[in-house]
Ligand binder design. Structure first.
Ligand code: NAD
Ligand code: TDX
Length: 329
């Protein structure tokens, strides 16, 4: 297999590149990434250049995308503007990358008859009440809340339309909140860990009752590889590992693991339109494709992630001041 991973220098994309590099030693990987503020070529350091080629480019550049897709077997499409808070302050790049970028990839895979796996999010379904016994399934109606989730929902619809109307060979996955190494410090867990490492208090939005369904990024990678190899064309699979936790609990776990008082955090203004709860039912993926998550001990995964940020200050410090300046604004 000769694959393209878009967004392969970002958090989840680079973890997927490392996963495939280990699990499929005879595959060749081409990473296509624009290296926006969220991309970092250091995430791919140490990989054999014979097996991984890096192309610095934008997924909205039709000629470049077409020329790459022509010579590969499949595209695994991770590239996106991914942060809800940024989508509230400046939505435009979300429309360009998440909608026009996905459209550009669809046109190329359509023309050259190549396989596509589209990586999406559970946020397309909107949110659940805290006491709702229901979880999201592949049949839940779309109801996105933020500019980010609306553009991801739009990208999913484009992939379905190109599959039905033009016979594009595509699958879609919608995953819950990821955590693990190489995650940008703008996101909840790395932001709080690095605040503590820099001697400041973690920042909890509102009352912190909001629930996220945490999955280790390694489990996301193994699920995407499973769908790429065994998934049925035209189908959508939800990816989740039964990891529901409210934000207040996660902050308290981080503080405790880092030797601080569990109440040593500050409440800050809530996110406008803040989704209350996400929860994934991944029965279809488990029953039909035989996938199982392996990293379900959240406490152990969180401690390993804290250790990674503690050991890799050179990786995150260059992004930190700029990120906090954006938040302050
Ligand atoms: P990220 O922001 O860490 O990385 C995004 C990558 O895409 C970066 O390397 C960036 O340089 C690249 N990129 C952005 N715009 C581009 C463009 N126009 N052309 C080429 N490259 C471009 O994001 P992430 O958290 O790793 O998310 C990756 C994917 O997974 C996204 O599609 C996101 O919607 C989806 N997802 C994320 C989560 C999560 O918890 N973070 C959960 C479910 C799904
Ligand atoms: O400082 C913070 N304090 C805080 O309480 C930050 C940055 C976040 N939060 C809250 C907001 C959310 O309830 O923590 C929760 C997680 O926030 P984010 O890390 O921004 O993630 P979320 O908005 O849930 O979206 C993430 O999961 C789904 C990813 O960023 C998306 O790309 C993915 O689609």
């Amino acid at each position: 297999m000769n694959i393209i991973v878009t967004g392969g220098a970002g958090f989840i994309g680079s973890n997927f590149v490392h996963h495939v590099y280990r699990e499929r030693p005879d595959w060749h990987i081409t990473v296509l990434d624009a290296l926006t503020y969220a991309g970092n070529s250091k995430n791919l350091e140490g990989l054999d250049p014979e097996r991984v080629t890096f192309v610095h480019g934008d997924i909205t550049e039709a000629e470049l995308v077409d020329s790459l897709v022509k010579d590969h077997d499949a595209v695994i499409h991770y590239a996106a503007e991914s942060h809800n808070d940024n989508s509230l302050s400046n939505p435009r790049p979300f429309l360009d990358t998440n909608l026009i970028g996905t459209f550009t990839i669809l046109e190329a895979v359509r023309k050259h008859g190549k396989r596509l796996h589209h990586v999406s999010t559970d946020e397309v379904y909107g949110d659940l009440e805290l006491d709702d016994p229901a979880r999201f399934t592949e049949k839940t109606p779309y109801n996105p809340s933020s500019p980010y989730s609306a553009t991801k929902a739009g990208s999913d619809h484009l992939v379905r339309a190109w599959t039905r109307s033009f016979g594009v060979q595509a699958t879609i996955s919608n995953c819950s909140n990821n955590y693990g190494p190489y995650q940008h410090v703008e996101k909840f867990i790395p932001r709080q860990i690095t605040e503590v490492l820099e001697g400041r208090q973690p920042k909890l939005y509102g009352k912190g009752e909001n629930v996220r369904d945490w999955i280790h990024t390694e489990d996301h990678s193994s699920a995407v590889l499973t769908i790429l190899e065994k998934g049925k064309i035209g189908e959508t699979y939800l990816i989740g590992a039964d990891g529901e936790k409210d934000n207040k609990t996660v902050i308290e776990m981080i503080l405790t693991a880092m030797g601080k008082d569990a109440s040593d955090y500050e409440h800050v203004a809530d996110r406008p339109g803040h989704d209350m709860r996400y929860a994934i039912d991944s029965t279809k993926l488990r029953n039909e494709l035989g996938w199982q998550p392996a990293y379900t001990d959240f406490d152990a995964g969180l401690k390993a992630t804290i250790q990674w940020y503690t050991d890799n200050t050179d990786w995150w410090q260059p992004q930190k001041a700029e990120t906090e300046a954006k938040y302050a604004k």
